[in-house]
Design a protein around this ligand. Structure first.
Ligand code: UDX
Length: 439
């Protein structure tokens, strides 16, 4: 089948490459000429394991190509996927400017039936707005053309995006037209393992499903972080509690890891946007507000612990940071807890020596050159001469360091474990002052 994808970010590029991989002819369109030029040369603008190989293989086979030409993009695909960003507005609601701009582009250039499939995370009611925008422009062009607007939210996780797309838990298709649902069923047939993963529903429910999933996961995390803080007050170990409650299949082990807060491009933005949608609909979403507040507070926990340990005297100290990305296997630092910690440390007059396996360029891009930030080439270089080490992202390479060497390099053997990846008893046995989250 012929498919056009608007937007070559995480979702767009992964969707395009995976749909090409199963034999479709995919054309990816972006307004960013530089990005498209790089993609044509085989350079991938984001870090995602194996995506480079997938893109190269399908581009070489002629199934995946790139363009900045809107007319070519619209005439290519029966399916027109919208996979552009929906950044938060100042008020927390999703900014639909890019989504509606793509709708306008499609309407300006279409001459035939098109299925417009929205993959961007958008508030309930967006499909209606996309439909209205297309209709309006078609009317202005004096054209009467049939088209459908489908909501098909994406659930991929950064760092595991290809696997998530190729082997999805579910494929949500929201459409009010049964014939369109059938066409999407054919399109997605190659990704159905063992049994049918496609769940068809009305457009609005599909749009809400995406927010509901992310808000539920964020709620689990904030709940655990709240209990972790309580466990500290009560001298209990949240990690024991985690294992204890996770064994109940109704609760489950997933997404109940306490830590220094959730970050990334989705949870913070989607929780805020859903809360905002609720308010606009005349409903106060108390739980969502709390999920958000608990997370904001949690991102400041590491700093509080560091501050307490040094009795508030941080001026002139050097703190080593392991991990800058908001989670392992990505270079993404959007809403990352590392940023809150670094900024608080700088404000208190401390210096930061940080290492991250892939996000150092991103840190350089965000913060530029500054005297109080050293980006070290290795984890051990980052701790050299530091007053303490804070682990912010649980990259695998940080899990089993040479602890005696680490103790040697640190000025003082103080370790703040923001992801609870070490055993407190073992570390204390080796002479470290160990601080975890909720233990
Ligand atoms: C998330 C959803 O998982 C995905 O389905 C959706 O499409 C996009 O948003 P992503 O943001 O890539 O994906 O990362 P995810 O692995 O979900 O982690 C999000 C944040 O939660 C990270 O900062 C992570 O460190 C944190 N987290 C996750 C916890 O603090 N504890 C947990 O138990 C799990």
């Amino acid at each position: 089948m012929k498919i056009t994808i608007f937007g070559t970010g995480y979702v767009g590029l992964v969707t395009g490459a995976c749909l090409a991989e199963v034999g479709n002819e995919v054309l990816c369109m972006d307004v960013d000429r530089d990005k498209i030029d790089r993609l044509k040369r085989g350079e991938i603008p984001i870090y995602e394991p194996d995506l480079d190989k997938l893109v190269a293989r399908n581009a070489a086979a002629g199934r995946l190509s790139f363009t900045t030409d809107p007319a070519e993009a619209v005439s290519h695909g029966l399916f027109q996927f919208i996979a552009v960003g929906t950044p938060p507005d100042e008020d927390g609601s999703a900014d639909l400017r890019h989504v509606l701009a793509v709708a306008a582009t499609i309407a300006e250039h279409m001459d035939d039936y098109r299925i417009v499939v929205n993959k961007s995370t958008v508030p309930v009611g967006t499909a209606d707005r996309v439909r209205d925008r297309i209709q309006e422009i078609l009317a202005r062009r004096g054209k009467v053309l049939e088209f459908d607007v489908v909501s098909n939210p994406e659930f991929l996780k950064e760092g595991a995006a290809i696997d998530d797309f190729m082997k999805p838990d579910r494929i949500i298709v929201g459409t009010d037209n049964p014939r369109t649902a059938e066409l999407l069923r054919v399109l997605y047939a190659p990704f159905n393992r063992n049994h049918d993963r496609l769940i068809a529903m009305d457009v609005r429910s599909a749009e809400l499903t995406k927010y509901a999933a992310n808000a539920m996961l964020a709620t689990k995390i904030s709940f655990m972080n709240e209990l972790a803080n309580l466990a500290e007050k009560l001298d209990a170990d949240i990690e024991k509690v985690r294992v204890g409650i996770g064994s109940d299949p109704r609760i489950g082990y997933h997404f109940i890891y306490p830590g220094c807060g959730y970050g990334g491009s989705c949870f913070p933005k989607d929780v805020k946007a859903l809360e905002r949608t609720a308010r606009e609909a005349g409903y106060e979403a108390c739980l969502l507000q709390a999920v958000e507040q608990v997370n904001e507070r949690q991102k400041r926990r590491l700093f509080e612990k560091i501050c307490d340990h040094f009795n508030g005297d941080l001026a002139g100290r050097t703190i080593a940071l392991w991990g800058l990305a908001f989670k392992p296997n990505t270079d993404d630092m959007r809403e990352a807890p590392s940023r809150v910690l670094m900024e608080q440390l700088w404000q208190a007059g401390a210096r930061v020596q940080a290492h991250d396996p892939v996000a150092m360029n991103e840190a350089r891009r965000i913060y530029g050159e500054r005297e109080d930030l050293v980006l070290a080439d290795s984890p051990m270089e980052a701790v050299q001469g530091a007053d303490a080490l804070a682990v912010v992202t649980e990259w695998r390479v940080f899990r089993s360091p040479d602890f005696p060497a680490l103790r040697e390099k640190l000025k003082q053997p103080v370790l703040f474990d923001g992801r609870n990846i070490y055993d407190p008893a073992i570390l204390r046995g080796m002479g470290f002052h160990y601080y975890g989250i909720g233990r």
